[in-house]
Write a protein of this length. Structure first.
Length: 385
Protein backbone atom coordinates (compact mmCIF):
# COMPACT_ATOMS: atom_id res chain seq x y z
CA UNK A 1 0.00 0.00 0.00
CA UNK A 2 2.83 2.44 0.82
CA UNK A 3 4.38 1.91 -2.60
CA UNK A 4 0.99 2.39 -4.26
CA UNK A 5 0.42 5.69 -2.43
CA UNK A 6 3.89 6.88 -3.38
CA UNK A 7 3.41 5.95 -7.04
CA UNK A 8 0.16 7.91 -7.21
CA UNK A 9 1.65 10.89 -5.41
CA UNK A 10 -0.94 10.77 -2.61
CA UNK A 11 -0.29 13.65 -0.23
CA UNK A 12 -1.84 14.81 3.05
CA UNK A 13 -2.18 18.45 4.08
CA UNK A 14 -3.55 19.62 7.41
CA UNK A 15 -6.05 22.46 7.14
CA UNK A 16 -5.17 24.33 10.30
CA UNK A 17 -3.50 22.59 13.21
CA UNK A 18 -2.49 18.92 13.22
CA UNK A 19 -3.39 16.69 16.19
CA UNK A 20 -0.92 16.99 19.04
CA UNK A 21 0.65 14.19 21.07
CA UNK A 22 -0.96 12.93 24.24
CA UNK A 23 -4.41 11.47 23.57
CA UNK A 24 -5.00 7.74 23.23
CA UNK A 25 -7.70 7.81 20.57
CA UNK A 26 -8.36 9.41 17.21
CA UNK A 27 -11.67 9.10 15.38
CA UNK A 28 -11.23 9.20 11.61
CA UNK A 29 -14.17 10.29 9.44
CA UNK A 30 -13.44 10.03 5.68
CA UNK A 31 -15.70 11.82 3.23
CA UNK A 32 -15.78 12.22 -0.54
CA UNK A 33 -18.09 14.66 -2.35
CA UNK A 34 -20.55 14.80 0.55
CA UNK A 35 -20.66 18.59 0.18
CA UNK A 36 -23.15 18.26 -2.68
CA UNK A 37 -25.68 16.54 -0.40
CA UNK A 38 -28.25 18.14 1.87
CA UNK A 39 -27.35 18.48 5.53
CA UNK A 40 -23.58 18.70 5.00
CA UNK A 41 -23.14 21.55 7.50
CA UNK A 42 -25.33 19.67 10.01
CA UNK A 43 -22.96 16.71 9.84
CA UNK A 44 -19.98 19.01 10.36
CA UNK A 45 -21.75 20.46 13.40
CA UNK A 46 -22.46 16.97 14.75
CA UNK A 47 -18.82 15.90 14.58
CA UNK A 48 -17.69 19.25 15.97
CA UNK A 49 -20.05 18.78 18.90
CA UNK A 50 -18.73 15.24 19.39
CA UNK A 51 -15.15 16.55 19.32
CA UNK A 52 -15.97 19.19 21.94
CA UNK A 53 -17.64 16.68 24.23
CA UNK A 54 -14.69 14.26 24.17
CA UNK A 55 -11.86 16.74 23.58
CA UNK A 56 -9.93 15.48 26.62
CA UNK A 57 -9.69 11.91 25.32
CA UNK A 58 -10.43 11.76 21.56
CA UNK A 59 -9.17 13.75 18.58
CA UNK A 60 -11.77 13.83 15.78
CA UNK A 61 -10.20 14.00 12.31
CA UNK A 62 -12.35 14.76 9.28
CA UNK A 63 -10.63 13.48 6.13
CA UNK A 64 -11.48 14.95 2.75
CA UNK A 65 -10.48 12.26 0.27
CA UNK A 66 -9.81 14.38 -2.81
CA UNK A 67 -13.37 15.69 -3.21
CA UNK A 68 -14.18 17.30 -6.54
CA UNK A 69 -17.30 19.14 -5.38
CA UNK A 70 -17.58 22.07 -2.96
CA UNK A 71 -16.80 19.97 0.12
CA UNK A 72 -13.50 21.65 1.00
CA UNK A 73 -14.94 25.10 0.41
CA UNK A 74 -17.77 24.36 2.85
CA UNK A 75 -15.40 22.77 5.38
CA UNK A 76 -13.12 25.81 5.25
CA UNK A 77 -16.10 28.15 5.65
CA UNK A 78 -17.34 26.16 8.65
CA UNK A 79 -13.90 26.12 10.20
CA UNK A 80 -13.51 29.90 9.85
CA UNK A 81 -16.99 30.64 11.19
CA UNK A 82 -16.68 28.39 14.24
CA UNK A 83 -14.09 27.77 16.90
CA UNK A 84 -14.10 24.17 15.76
CA UNK A 85 -12.44 21.35 17.64
CA UNK A 86 -12.21 19.24 14.48
CA UNK A 87 -8.93 18.45 12.80
CA UNK A 88 -9.12 18.58 9.00
CA UNK A 89 -6.93 16.42 6.76
CA UNK A 90 -7.01 17.04 3.01
CA UNK A 91 -5.93 14.09 0.84
CA UNK A 92 -5.00 14.67 -2.79
CA UNK A 93 -5.71 13.06 -5.18
CA UNK A 94 -8.53 10.69 -4.18
CA UNK A 95 -7.02 7.66 -2.44
CA UNK A 96 -10.10 5.36 -2.38
CA UNK A 97 -10.85 5.52 1.38
CA UNK A 98 -8.35 2.85 2.50
CA UNK A 99 -5.50 4.90 1.07
CA UNK A 100 -6.87 8.05 2.71
CA UNK A 101 -7.23 6.32 6.07
CA UNK A 102 -3.77 4.75 5.81
CA UNK A 103 -2.13 8.07 4.90
CA UNK A 104 -3.84 9.79 7.83
CA UNK A 105 -2.93 7.05 10.32
CA UNK A 106 0.70 7.42 9.28
CA UNK A 107 0.43 11.10 10.24
CA UNK A 108 -1.02 10.62 13.73
CA UNK A 109 0.40 8.71 16.69
CA UNK A 110 -2.69 7.76 18.72
CA UNK A 111 -2.50 4.13 20.00
CA UNK A 112 -6.18 3.52 19.08
CA UNK A 113 -8.01 4.45 15.88
CA UNK A 114 -11.81 4.69 15.77
CA UNK A 115 -13.25 4.27 12.27
CA UNK A 116 -16.64 5.67 11.35
CA UNK A 117 -18.53 7.18 8.41
CA UNK A 118 -19.76 10.67 7.62
CA UNK A 119 -23.43 9.62 7.89
CA UNK A 120 -23.06 7.65 11.15
CA UNK A 121 -23.67 8.82 14.73
CA UNK A 122 -21.74 7.14 17.54
CA UNK A 123 -23.40 6.79 20.95
CA UNK A 124 -22.02 5.33 24.17
CA UNK A 125 -18.39 6.01 23.32
CA UNK A 126 -17.73 6.21 27.07
CA UNK A 127 -17.98 2.42 27.11
CA UNK A 128 -15.12 2.23 24.62
CA UNK A 129 -12.99 4.49 26.79
CA UNK A 130 -13.60 2.13 29.72
CA UNK A 131 -12.97 -1.03 27.69
CA UNK A 132 -9.77 0.31 26.12
CA UNK A 133 -8.06 -1.27 29.13
CA UNK A 134 -9.10 -4.69 27.84
CA UNK A 135 -7.70 -3.92 24.40
CA UNK A 136 -4.44 -2.81 25.96
CA UNK A 137 -4.09 -5.88 28.15
CA UNK A 138 -4.75 -8.44 25.41
CA UNK A 139 -1.99 -8.42 22.77
CA UNK A 140 -4.03 -10.80 20.58
CA UNK A 141 -6.86 -8.31 20.05
CA UNK A 142 -6.66 -6.12 16.96
CA UNK A 143 -9.65 -4.12 18.16
CA UNK A 144 -13.39 -4.15 18.73
CA UNK A 145 -16.52 -3.45 16.72
CA UNK A 146 -19.72 -1.71 17.73
CA UNK A 147 -23.43 -2.42 17.43
CA UNK A 148 -24.72 -1.23 14.04
CA UNK A 149 -28.29 0.09 14.28
CA UNK A 150 -30.35 1.63 11.44
CA UNK A 151 -32.11 4.83 12.52
CA UNK A 152 -33.88 7.91 11.15
CA UNK A 153 -36.11 6.04 8.74
CA UNK A 154 -39.69 4.95 8.12
CA UNK A 155 -41.49 2.50 5.88
CA UNK A 156 -41.16 -1.20 5.13
CA UNK A 157 -37.67 -1.03 3.60
CA UNK A 158 -36.36 0.59 6.79
CA UNK A 159 -38.20 -1.92 9.01
CA UNK A 160 -36.83 -4.86 7.02
CA UNK A 161 -33.30 -3.54 7.50
CA UNK A 162 -33.85 -3.26 11.23
CA UNK A 163 -34.67 -6.97 11.31
CA UNK A 164 -31.81 -7.81 8.92
CA UNK A 165 -29.25 -5.99 11.06
CA UNK A 166 -30.62 -7.70 14.17
CA UNK A 167 -30.25 -11.12 12.51
CA UNK A 168 -26.68 -10.36 11.46
CA UNK A 169 -25.81 -9.21 14.97
CA UNK A 170 -27.16 -12.46 16.38
CA UNK A 171 -24.31 -14.27 14.59
CA UNK A 172 -21.76 -12.32 16.64
CA UNK A 173 -22.38 -14.55 19.65
CA UNK A 174 -21.40 -17.57 17.51
CA UNK A 175 -18.06 -15.89 16.69
CA UNK A 176 -17.37 -14.74 20.25
CA UNK A 177 -15.69 -17.93 21.46
CA UNK A 178 -12.87 -17.84 18.89
CA UNK A 179 -12.74 -14.03 18.61
CA UNK A 180 -13.49 -13.96 14.90
CA UNK A 181 -16.07 -12.16 12.79
CA UNK A 182 -16.67 -11.82 9.05
CA UNK A 183 -16.55 -8.02 9.05
CA UNK A 184 -15.55 -5.38 11.58
CA UNK A 185 -17.73 -2.60 10.09
CA UNK A 186 -15.75 0.30 8.68
CA UNK A 187 -18.36 2.63 10.14
CA UNK A 188 -18.26 1.13 13.62
CA UNK A 189 -14.95 -0.18 14.91
CA UNK A 190 -11.84 0.66 16.87
CA UNK A 191 -8.43 -0.76 15.99
CA UNK A 192 -5.07 -0.70 17.67
CA UNK A 193 -3.01 1.62 15.49
CA UNK A 194 -0.11 -0.83 15.28
CA UNK A 195 -2.41 -3.63 14.06
CA UNK A 196 -4.23 -1.39 11.57
CA UNK A 197 -0.96 -0.19 10.04
CA UNK A 198 0.07 -3.82 9.45
CA UNK A 199 -3.36 -4.60 7.99
CA UNK A 200 -3.46 -1.61 5.63
CA UNK A 201 0.12 -2.31 4.52
CA UNK A 202 -1.15 -5.63 3.10
CA UNK A 203 -4.52 -4.29 1.90
CA UNK A 204 -5.37 -4.29 -1.83
CA UNK A 205 -6.96 -0.84 -1.54
CA UNK A 206 -10.17 -2.06 -3.19
CA UNK A 207 -13.09 0.10 -2.09
CA UNK A 208 -16.15 -2.17 -2.20
CA UNK A 209 -15.24 -4.52 0.63
CA UNK A 210 -12.48 -2.59 2.34
CA UNK A 211 -13.68 -3.39 5.87
CA UNK A 212 -14.22 -7.09 5.06
CA UNK A 213 -10.69 -7.39 3.64
CA UNK A 214 -9.20 -5.49 6.59
CA UNK A 215 -10.91 -7.82 9.07
CA UNK A 216 -9.77 -10.91 7.21
CA UNK A 217 -6.17 -9.69 6.99
CA UNK A 218 -6.19 -9.13 10.73
CA UNK A 219 -7.47 -12.66 11.33
CA UNK A 220 -4.75 -14.00 9.01
CA UNK A 221 -2.21 -12.20 11.19
CA UNK A 222 -3.57 -14.20 14.16
CA UNK A 223 -5.36 -11.24 15.72
CA UNK A 224 -8.75 -11.61 17.39
CA UNK A 225 -11.78 -9.34 17.63
CA UNK A 226 -14.15 -8.24 20.38
CA UNK A 227 -17.79 -7.17 20.10
CA UNK A 228 -18.69 -4.11 22.15
CA UNK A 229 -22.48 -3.94 21.95
CA UNK A 230 -22.72 -1.08 24.45
CA UNK A 231 -21.38 1.34 21.81
CA UNK A 232 -23.97 2.11 19.12
CA UNK A 233 -23.22 3.11 15.55
CA UNK A 234 -26.43 4.74 14.36
CA UNK A 235 -26.39 4.43 10.57
CA UNK A 236 -28.72 5.97 8.02
CA UNK A 237 -29.72 3.16 5.63
CA UNK A 238 -31.26 3.40 2.14
CA UNK A 239 -35.00 3.97 2.28
CA UNK A 240 -35.99 2.67 -1.17
CA UNK A 241 -35.66 -0.85 -2.53
CA UNK A 242 -33.63 0.24 -5.56
CA UNK A 243 -31.16 2.20 -3.42
CA UNK A 244 -30.85 -0.77 -1.07
CA UNK A 245 -30.14 -3.13 -3.98
CA UNK A 246 -27.39 -0.81 -5.23
CA UNK A 247 -25.83 -0.66 -1.76
CA UNK A 248 -25.89 -4.45 -1.42
CA UNK A 249 -24.45 -4.97 -4.91
CA UNK A 250 -21.43 -2.94 -3.79
CA UNK A 251 -21.16 -4.87 -0.50
CA UNK A 252 -21.51 -8.24 -2.21
CA UNK A 253 -19.03 -7.28 -4.92
CA UNK A 254 -16.63 -6.59 -2.07
CA UNK A 255 -17.30 -10.10 -0.75
CA UNK A 256 -16.49 -11.64 -4.15
CA UNK A 257 -13.34 -9.52 -4.51
CA UNK A 258 -12.12 -10.38 -1.02
CA UNK A 259 -12.87 -14.09 -1.46
CA UNK A 260 -11.07 -14.08 -4.80
CA UNK A 261 -8.00 -12.40 -3.29
CA UNK A 262 -7.94 -14.52 -0.11
CA UNK A 263 -9.55 -17.75 -1.30
CA UNK A 264 -6.79 -19.95 0.16
CA UNK A 265 -7.40 -18.59 3.65
CA UNK A 266 -11.19 -18.91 3.31
CA UNK A 267 -10.94 -22.51 2.09
CA UNK A 268 -8.47 -23.36 4.83
CA UNK A 269 -10.90 -22.13 7.50
CA UNK A 270 -13.74 -24.10 5.89
CA UNK A 271 -11.54 -27.19 5.96
CA UNK A 272 -10.84 -26.66 9.67
CA UNK A 273 -14.60 -26.26 10.31
CA UNK A 274 -13.89 -23.53 12.83
CA UNK A 275 -16.57 -20.93 13.47
CA UNK A 276 -15.32 -18.54 10.83
CA UNK A 277 -15.15 -21.41 8.34
CA UNK A 278 -18.65 -22.67 9.17
CA UNK A 279 -20.19 -19.22 8.69
CA UNK A 280 -18.28 -18.81 5.42
CA UNK A 281 -19.53 -22.19 4.18
CA UNK A 282 -23.11 -21.28 5.08
CA UNK A 283 -22.71 -17.96 3.24
CA UNK A 284 -21.51 -19.78 0.12
CA UNK A 285 -24.36 -22.28 0.19
CA UNK A 286 -26.96 -19.55 0.70
CA UNK A 287 -25.59 -17.49 -2.20
CA UNK A 288 -25.56 -20.51 -4.53
CA UNK A 289 -29.08 -21.43 -3.46
CA UNK A 290 -30.42 -17.89 -3.96
CA UNK A 291 -28.85 -17.56 -7.41
CA UNK A 292 -30.15 -20.98 -8.46
CA UNK A 293 -33.63 -20.52 -6.96
CA UNK A 294 -35.40 -19.46 -10.20
CA UNK A 295 -33.92 -22.48 -12.00
CA UNK A 296 -35.04 -24.75 -9.13
CA UNK A 297 -38.59 -23.40 -9.32
CA UNK A 298 -38.62 -23.91 -13.08
CA UNK A 299 -37.24 -27.46 -12.80
CA UNK A 300 -39.76 -28.47 -10.15
CA UNK A 301 -42.55 -26.79 -12.09
CA UNK A 302 -41.68 -28.80 -15.21
CA UNK A 303 -41.07 -32.15 -13.50
CA UNK A 304 -43.61 -32.17 -10.66
CA UNK A 305 -47.21 -31.23 -10.02
CA UNK A 306 -48.50 -27.99 -8.49
CA UNK A 307 -48.70 -29.48 -4.98
CA UNK A 308 -45.00 -30.31 -4.88
CA UNK A 309 -44.11 -26.86 -6.17
CA UNK A 310 -46.32 -25.34 -3.49
CA UNK A 311 -44.72 -27.54 -0.81
CA UNK A 312 -41.23 -26.50 -1.94
CA UNK A 313 -42.26 -22.84 -1.77
CA UNK A 314 -43.79 -23.23 1.69
CA UNK A 315 -40.67 -24.94 3.06
CA UNK A 316 -38.47 -22.06 1.87
CA UNK A 317 -40.93 -19.52 3.25
CA UNK A 318 -41.10 -21.18 6.68
CA UNK A 319 -37.31 -21.50 6.89
CA UNK A 320 -37.03 -17.73 6.48
CA UNK A 321 -39.74 -17.09 9.07
CA UNK A 322 -38.03 -19.44 11.56
CA UNK A 323 -34.67 -17.80 10.86
CA UNK A 324 -36.19 -14.37 11.51
CA UNK A 325 -37.79 -15.62 14.72
CA UNK A 326 -34.39 -16.11 16.35
CA UNK A 327 -34.37 -12.41 17.34
CA UNK A 328 -37.22 -13.22 19.75
CA UNK A 329 -34.73 -15.11 21.91
CA UNK A 330 -32.22 -12.28 22.11
CA UNK A 331 -33.16 -9.78 24.86
CA UNK A 332 -30.92 -7.09 23.31
CA UNK A 333 -32.65 -7.07 19.92
CA UNK A 334 -35.69 -4.89 20.56
CA UNK A 335 -35.59 -3.32 17.08
CA UNK A 336 -35.79 -6.70 15.37
CA UNK A 337 -38.62 -7.80 17.63
CA UNK A 338 -40.75 -4.89 16.45
CA UNK A 339 -41.17 -6.73 13.15
CA UNK A 340 -43.12 -9.42 14.97
CA UNK A 341 -45.64 -6.86 16.19
CA UNK A 342 -46.36 -5.95 12.56
CA UNK A 343 -47.69 -9.19 11.12
CA UNK A 344 -48.03 -7.76 7.62
CA UNK A 345 -44.35 -6.79 7.49
CA UNK A 346 -43.27 -10.12 8.91
CA UNK A 347 -45.34 -12.05 6.35
CA UNK A 348 -43.66 -10.13 3.52
CA UNK A 349 -40.13 -10.43 4.96
CA UNK A 350 -39.17 -13.74 3.25
CA UNK A 351 -40.28 -12.41 -0.15
CA UNK A 352 -38.43 -9.15 0.43
CA UNK A 353 -35.26 -10.91 1.58
CA UNK A 354 -35.20 -13.38 -1.32
CA UNK A 355 -35.83 -10.63 -3.88
CA UNK A 356 -33.15 -8.40 -2.34
CA UNK A 357 -30.55 -11.17 -2.17
CA UNK A 358 -31.25 -12.42 -5.69
CA UNK A 359 -30.97 -8.95 -7.22
CA UNK A 360 -27.93 -7.91 -5.19
CA UNK A 361 -25.93 -11.15 -5.41
CA UNK A 362 -26.81 -11.54 -9.07
CA UNK A 363 -25.82 -7.94 -9.83
CA UNK A 364 -22.59 -8.29 -7.85
CA UNK A 365 -21.67 -11.53 -9.64
CA UNK A 366 -22.17 -9.95 -13.07
CA UNK A 367 -20.00 -6.97 -12.08
CA UNK A 368 -17.33 -9.24 -10.62
CA UNK A 369 -17.16 -11.35 -13.80
CA UNK A 370 -16.85 -8.21 -15.94
CA UNK A 371 -14.09 -6.83 -13.72
CA UNK A 372 -12.20 -10.13 -13.78
CA UNK A 373 -12.42 -10.31 -17.58
CA UNK A 374 -11.15 -6.74 -17.96
CA UNK A 375 -8.20 -7.45 -15.66
CA UNK A 376 -7.31 -10.66 -17.46
CA UNK A 377 -7.51 -8.99 -20.90
CA UNK A 378 -5.05 -6.20 -20.03
CA UNK A 379 -1.84 -8.34 -20.23
CA UNK A 380 -2.98 -9.82 -23.53
CA UNK A 381 -3.48 -6.38 -25.04
CA UNK A 382 -0.10 -5.25 -23.80
CA UNK A 383 1.51 -8.36 -25.27
CA UNK A 384 -0.14 -7.73 -28.62
CA UNK A 385 1.28 -4.21 -28.72
Amino acid sequence: MLEHLAQRGIALRWIGDAPQHGKDMAMLIPQFNEGSKDGFECRLAYFDSFARKYQDSIDVVLIDDGSTDASMHKINAYQKANDTKLYIASISPNAQKVGALFKTILNVDHPYIILSDFDTDIKGIEELLVNAVMLKRDPDLMGCYFKMVPFEGTGNVFAFQQLEYALQRSIYSFHKREGSVRVMPGAASCYKRKALLSIYSAHSGLRNGEDREATLLGLKMKYKTMYLDSVLAMTRPPLSFSALVNQRIRWNLGYFETFDKERDYYLKQIGKLNRFGIVTLVDMLVVVFILCLPALFLLIGLTADARELMLFSMVIYLVYIIWAARVLFDPAEQAGKKMFSHIGSLVIFPLFKIALDFCSWGGALLKFVRIRKSRISIPKEVEAV
